[in-house]
Design a protein around this ligand. Sequence first.
Ligand code: SAM
Length: 312
Amino acid sequence: MSKKEIPSRWIYDYFSPFEVHKHAIKGTLYYGNSDFQEIAVAETECFGRCLILDNEFQSAEFDEYVYHESLVQPALLLHPMPEKVAIIGGGEGAALREVLRHKSVKKAVMVDIDEKVVECSKKYLPTFHNGGFSDERTVLLFGDGREFLEESNELFDVIIMDITCPLEEGPSYKLFTKEFYELVKKKLSVQGVFAIQASTTSPIALNTYSILNRTLSSVFANVFPYAAYIPFFAINWGFNLATDSLDPTLLNRVEIDRRITERVKGELKFYDGTTHQAIFNLPKYVREALTLQTHINLDNSPLTEKFPGRNE
Ligand code: SAM
């Protein structure tokens, strides 16, 4: 793998042309281009190692568990007994790690478009995947997640979308549309659960989040928006959980803690019954934005963004 230096002590996470969060770095572990995106792995002063794709900050060593537990655990713990799980994207291997904690899981298929991101993660981000790529239950595939689902004959108990934001000219914007969500629904087993990362819930950039929630609601009977504060992003990050039959808001604190104790290997650091109550109760301004949104994201005019949450 080629290696160049990120040419500065500082890396900049642009929220918009007018707002930036900067991190000091100790050094660059990898910097290069794949067929799909620009890839950087840097060692930050505060958050440990981090992955950056097309200038979008993906996750960092010291708080990635907040993002990855939020994305994976509510969906897997809601399902009565998840055995077959698909992860679309997830290059760091950390969503895979969270899935593999579940004793019930017999098969975890991860499909990322970019083999180079996975190579970098294997080499530079060992705590993220924690050996998950070589777990005997893992099936690691390289290709477009939408094509994979179109061609697959399998049904999954849980499908997790851990793909990059729908950047203009990026590899992921076709995996946020109504037509894509209809395809996902066909690939879920009875009681199947679908979870997506869905951009920020910052009050000044709620467009993507509200459109994705509205789009999911046009396909699934029950859609549950939730969000968690990610220190590395310095911003609240939004997720959605979609099902046709189950309801995570009916699970009380005791029941979630019971399921974690029974079903999950190792110690979760973020998600438990109490955290569940916090993340599924969104502030008023987010709930209002979701109620007011009418736009459904379609294949013939898919939303793309330059900065998280801002697609206008
Ligand atoms: N934490 C993330 C964030 O903040 O957006 C997402 C993490 S993960 C690194 C995103 C992965 O999605 C990348 O490895 C990228 O290669 C993959 N990806 C993007 N488009 C894809 C597609 N169409 N099919 C499969 N994987 C895709």
